[in-house]
Design a protein around this ligand. Structure first.
Ligand SMILES: NC(=O)c1ccc[n+]([C@@H]2O[C@H](COP(=O)([O-])OP(=O)(O)OC[C@H]3O[C@@H](n4cnc5c(N)ncnc54)[C@H](OP(=O)(O)O)[C@@H]3O)[C@@H](O)[C@H]2O)c1
Length: 135
């Protein structure tokens, strides 16, 4: 996959404050994961990977650590189809950083075949594609 976020790379020593990046949907092999890996080239202070399936994100964490050992990288559980999960992720973020440098709302699904409802009784497709901006 070609590098596609080079304009977002902010190395240490800038005056932008702590360089903390957040990416939703960083499943290995997907656009979010590649974006996180590209961001790691800029040796950010911290990358938080927000996903619903930790096993799909662990290999991405390992790759980031090999690219930039100085970067703190964490998995934050987040299911955008659940407001409870979104609030939980927001609480974790509030407790771990004072500001967000880069936020990439990547998580989503395309062409959902069936109409289903979330635990909050909302359209699953609508929630997946919009609730990422809620925190
Ligand atoms: N690839 C394309 O051609 C294309 C074109 C237009 C738009 N997009 C959009 O670009 C984004 C990334 O696409 P991609 O091709 O990299 O797809 P992908 O590999 O399937 O990545 C989608 C990510 O969203 C996560 N996700 C789905 N539902 C979620 C939920 N309820 N809560 C939390 N995370 C959820 C998935 O998690 P799991 O792995 O755990 O399911 C996965 O990490 C998506 O939003 C997609 O709609 C892609």
């Amino acid at each position: 996959m070609e590098r596609h976020v080079s304009s977002l790379l902010i190395g240490p020593g800038t005056n932008a404050g702590p360089n903390h990046s957040f990416i939703t949907g960083p499943t290995k092999g997907g656009l979010g994961a590649q974006t996180a890996i590209d961001l790691a080239q800029g040796k950010p202070d911290k990358i938080l990977l927000l996903g619903r399936t930790e096993s799909k994100v662990t290999p991405v964490i390992e790759e980031i650590m090999s690219i930039s050992p100085s970067t703190e990288v964490h998995f934050v559980p987040l299911d955008l189809a659940s407001f409870k999960s979104i609030r939980n992720a927001a609480a974790i973020i509030n407790n771990s950083v004072s500001r967000i440098g880069v936020l990439i709302n990547n998580a989503g699904v395309m062409a959902v075949k069936d109409y289903t409802l979330t635990e909050d009784v909302l359209s699953t497709n609508l929630v997946r594609t919009t609730s990422g901006i809620s925190f």
